[in-house]
Design a protein around this ligand. Structure first.
Ligand code: HSE
Length: 410
């Protein structure tokens, strides 16, 4: 039987998960591919560290050693930073290897270049693990895009942020305690600023945008905020209103433009993200034929990420390189008005809010905390005048606690 030879770059949480899964699911891989899958080399940083890797595997700190293996079919990349990763993967493609990456930052910056180079060299690129951990969102979108026109994608894309918000609410942990636990569980990035300030979710959003819409928004125009301004007190106040904080990416097409935001928002019990807890991620795709689909699953961690990579391993072997699908514009009539339409907000940091023609006060829920209805531009105007103001949109429907009626955000 012929053999597929794999090199794994990096042996942290993800690299080790891939190595162990190739061993534990050897039979399934052989059955699927008709060939045995073997790890031929592992690229590491620190030679002194103890690792449980078979003696037959080349363990090296030099990428050149990996490239000069007599047979090399697939390179799985599980290291951080854009460089030297990007250069390694270009060389692997030029050598004729399929590549699989879990590196969001690198792929958001260089994905197009890698896909073009792979096409030229007649190899494939797997990048399922770059977005939403174990959820097969890239494959789902690829399949959905054949005929459906995607109109909007919303997602909880960072497991660490969702884990921290859940721990703070459910277990009354401090932000620092919850972050430490996320790090101990192997969810957080090497630099967790990427998680809690929204950069990691931002990179994933750009990758999703390219798949869903065939293009990305101008990066400078994307509003990106993390979860660091959300205090335990605000989380408790939201809880009394039946609302939960979630860190949400939203991408939609606005005429010929793609618009995206990556920031915290509040959701009520009716929203599909309300029960997405802990390290879970979720993606809600609205498209014209099927309507709304929600995918949910583990967004980070050793085996969820290994699952995405191992499925990609089968995908790259079985699928010739294909041009990326480009989705056509959806019906944008309602989206076009966004920015001017009124939405519901939780605002904190003002002693009072006067109802005016542009802002309607709905509830005074706690000290300096109000629910209001206003257009985004008017809330931003308010924030310019009050430096301490924080504001979060409430997605979906909001039923005021002290009033029986339901107000629907537009
Ligand atoms: N740090 C990332 C997260 C890992 O928490 O979502 C998975 O991409």
């Amino acid at each position: 039987m012929t053999v597929i030879k794999v090199a794994i770059l990096g042996f942290g949480t993800v690299g080790e998960g891939v190595y162990r899964t190739i061993q534990s699911h050897a039979e399934e891989l052989t059955a699927s591919l008709g060939k045995k899958v073997e790890v031929a080399a592992v690229l590491i940083k620190n030679k002194q560290k103890e690792r449980n890797i078979s003696e037959d595997v080349l363990i090296t700190t030099e990428f050149a050693d990996v490239l000069s293996l007599p047979q090399l079919d697939i390179v799985v990349e599980a290291i951080v930073d854009k460089e030297p990763t990007f250069s390694f993967l270009k060389k692997a493609i030029e050598r004729g290897c399929h590549i699989i990456t879990a590196n969001k930052e690198m792929f958001a910056h260089h994905g197009k270049e890698l896909l073009d180079l792979a096409e030229k060299n007649n190899v494939s690129v797997g990048f399922e693990a770059t977005v939403a951990g174990g959820i097969p969102v890239i494959q789902t979108l690829r399949q959905l895009l054949n005929i459906n026109r995607v109109q909007k994608v919303q997602g909880i894309l960072n497991g660490t942020s969702n884990f921290i918000l859940t721990e703070m609410r459910e277990k009354k942990q401090s932000f620092a305690q919850a972050l430490q636990l996320a790090q101990e569980n192997g969810f957080a990035e090497a630099d967790p600023t990427n998680d809690v300030e929204g950069f990691d979710a931002f990179y994933k959003t750009m990758i999703l945008s390219r798949i869903a819409f065939g293009e990305e928004p101008n990066w400078r125009d994307v509003e990106r905020k993390g979860i660091t301004a959300i205090t335990s007190e605000l989380i408790e106040t939201a809880e009394t209103l039946g609302l939960r904080f979630k860190h949400i990416a939203c991408i939609s097409r606005l005429g010929n433009q793609i618009k995206a935001t990556v920031k915290p928002a509040l959701v009520g019990t009716e929203h599909p993200f309300y029960h997405v807890e802990g390290v879970q991620n979720a993606i809600n795709v609205h498209s014209d034929i099927v309507g709304a689909i929600t995918l949910q699953g583990p967004g980070a961690g050793m085996f969820p990420t290994a699952s995405a990579i191992i499925e990609d391993l089968v995908y790259v072997c079985q699928n010739p390189p294909a041009k990326r699908s480009v989705s056509s514009a959806g019906d944008t009539a309602t989206i076009l008005k966004k920015g001017q339409i009124k939405e519901i907000w939780l605002v904190h940091g003002l002693s009072n809010i006067q109802t005016s023609s542009s802002i309607t006060k709905i509830e005074h829920v706690a000290e300096e905390t109000f629910i209001i209805m206003a257009a985004k531009k008017d809330v931003e105007q308010l924030a310019k005048l009050e430096a301490a103001l924080v504001y979060y949109p409430i997605l979906g429907e909001y039923a005021p606690v002290h009033q029986p009626t339901t107000i629907t955000a537009l």
